[in-house]
Design a protein around this ligand. Structure first.
Ligand SMILES: Cc1cc2nc3c(=O)[nH]c(=O)nc-3n(C[C@H](O)[C@H](O)[C@H](O)COP(=O)(O)OP(=O)(O)OC[C@H]3O[C@@H](n4cnc5c(N)ncnc54)[C@H](O)[C@@H]3O)c2cc1C
Ligand code: FES
Length: 513
């Protein structure tokens, strides 16, 4: 069974070969809390619960830890990529202050856990610099907003980018970075030591609640009975609509390559573009560090020029960091952008013993940990400081949030129109080996057709099994992306990422193929 870890591009962290021992669930089981999804959110919940003596089972459709968390760049930031000036407009100063506290709490928690786990954790400064001189007003607004809510920030003459004079920038002290693979491996080892059970290759397909209990059914035909379930599958698989209308999926791209040690200051860097660049270092050896640069985002499924985007990232990196030794790793991943800038983390709408975490945006590592610091006290009946803030049942508030909501819905509506639109190719002959395309078949509708490197044609329905949008071919990752809510499917139709649970159905050969 697979997940996004088996998409074609491999991150820097994947190349280090994360391997967490876990087999698939081969029998029925029971526990206090069943957690679906073994990324930063699911494993952080499991870690907090097992150390408090709860019996926990974690299942994942793929290898443990090989979800979006292994495609991250792992900036641990209490600075906000969507800007506190925007957050205040939507939620007010009090809630914005509380959100900042949640990110500080998450970084502090990771730092404390890293006393027992060697995961290259380090406190560093974060620099927000203007991509263009005219963007200085964005920084001024952000400085004012941060000052109002007590975020520690100061002006700096220039960000320490060796190849660019950025002009004035903002410095956020006490940000951090770590190695996500080493961190997840350490968490998993502690969970198992405390009696937690981890099962890889074990996909959730459905659940039912009965009184105070929940039963989770796996694709392998086994069930897990528990008092409580947590869904931490990046994009929720337990919910068909409610949360999915409040977030949109975006692809983002990363390149990484070596720089001589000392040639780049160990810090986090962001510019002010809408698809902003995000930069950090990862220590490599005595002589070099790895420079990691991300950006070039777009709505999932809406671009085919991935190679150009990665090339642009490489060019930008060489220009801003002249000591960059060239691209050694390139990858992409998906982030879910909540319309009001904050994650959804807490009781699942309408349920008393089902919890959900999603809506990470570019802060998914800190949000995943803040989510665990919210969900676990809620389960234990304790005060959860961020529970109202992250409430998955919250309605989109006014202003910018409604604008974001409308933008997200335009994507869904235009996708619905695609059902009636033309084919991308008029014949399968136009599909090159290793590529996929959408072909309209009069009687059946739209087909997602992939031609393997050996020339074999694989025909699947192009209709996403979540709620029916048309999937798009991703030529970089060699997968089918659903632009509506983030599902991803392998070339043979099997699910790689939720919210879809079922594969794209097999479709037969057309008469004129
Ligand atoms: C390129 C990139 C850069 C990023 N940079 C940053 C950054 O600098 N800082 C930051 O804070 N965040 C960043 N993020 C965001 C952050 O990495 C993610 O939001 C976060 O890792 C998501 O964690 P998760 O636990 O929610 O999901 P995942 O890690 O995806 O875990 C979910 C798990 O659920 C499993 N699953 C799915 N469906 C099922 C099912 N039916 N049954 C069983 N299991 C299932 C999956 O296999 C997966 O392993 C970045 C993301 C990307 C892609
Ligand atoms: S992910 Fe919702 S329709 Fe595809």
């Amino acid at each position: 069974m697979a997940n996004v870890g088996s998409e074609r591009s491999q991150s820097l962290w994947m190349s280090d070969g994360l391997s967490i021992a876990a087999g698939h669930l081969g029998t029925d089981a029971s526990c206090d809390v069943v957690i679906v999804g073994a990324g930063i959110a699911g494993l952080s919940c499991a870690h907090e619960l097992t150390r408090l003596g709860r019996s926990v089972i974690v299942i994942d459709r793929g290898p443990i830890g090989w979800g979006m968390t292994l495609r991250t760049t792992a900036h641990l930031a209490s600075a906000l990529d969507d800007y506190y000036s925007e957050l205040i407009k939507v939620h007010g100063e009090g809630q914005a202050r509380l959100y900042h506290d949640s990110q500080v709490a998450a970084i502090n928690r990771i730092e404390a856990i890293c006393e027992d786990i060697e995961a290259d954790f380090a406190r560093v400064d974060g620099f927000l610099f203007p991509a263009k001189p005219s963007h200085i007003s964005t920084l001024e607004k952000e400085f004012d907003a941060c000052s109002k809510i007590g975020v520690d920030v100061d002006w700096y003459e220039c960000a320490p980018l060796p190849g660019a004079d950025t002009g004035r920038c903002l410095r956020f002290p006490r940000q951090a970075r770590f190695h996500p693979g080493k961190y997840l491996a350490g968490l998993a080892a502690q969970i198992v030591r405390e009696g937690g059970r981890l099962y890889s290759d074990t996909a959730y397909i459905e659940h039912e609640t009965n009184g105070g209990a929940v039963t989770v059914q796996t694709e392998g035909g086994h069930c897990i009975r528990a008092q409580t379930a947590i869904f931490a599958t990046n994009s929720p698989v337990n919910d068909r609509v409610a949360i999915h209308t409040k977030q949109t999926p975006n692809r983002t791209y990363v390149v990484a390559g070596p720089v001589p040690k000392g040639s780049v200051v160990d810090a986090l860097y962001w510019d002010t573009l809408e698809a902003y660049h995000y930069v950090r270092l990862q220590p490599l050896d005595d002589r070099s560090d790895m420079l990691i640069v991300g950006g070039e985002d777009h709505r999932s499924g809406e671009a085919h020029d991935m190679d150009d985007r990665l090339a642009a990232l490489g060019d930008w990196t060489r220009q801003h960091f002249p000591s960059f030794g060239g691209v050694e790793h390139r990858w992409s991943g998906q982030v879910l952008e909540p319309i009001d800038f904050m994650p959804f983390s807490g009781r699942n709408p309408g349920d008393s013993n089902i919890y959900v975490h999603t809506g990470d945006s570019g802060q998914g590592i800190t949000n995943g940990v803040a989510g665990a610091l919210t969900i676990v006290p809620l389960i234990l009946g304790q005060d959860a400081r961020f529970a109202d803030l992250f409430d998955p049942s919250r309605k989109p508030l006014g202003g910018p949030a409604l604008g974001e909501f409308a933008k997200g819905q335009v994507g869904v509506i235009s996708n619905i129109a695609e059902h009636l639109g033309p084919s991308e190719v008029s014949s399968v002959d136009e599909i090159a080996p290793g590529e996929g395309a959408i072909l309209r078949d009069g009687s059946i509708g739209k087909l997602a057709i992939y031609r393997s490197e050996q020339g074999e044609l694989i025909r699947r329905s192009a209709i996403c099994t979540h709620i029916g949008c048309v999937v798009h071919w991703n030529t970089l990752e060699k997968c089918w992306d659903c632009p509506c809510h983030g599902s991803q499917f392998a070339p043979d139709g099997q699910v790689l990422n939720g919210p879809a649970i079922s594969p794209l159905p097999v479709q037969g050969k057309r008469q004129n193929d």
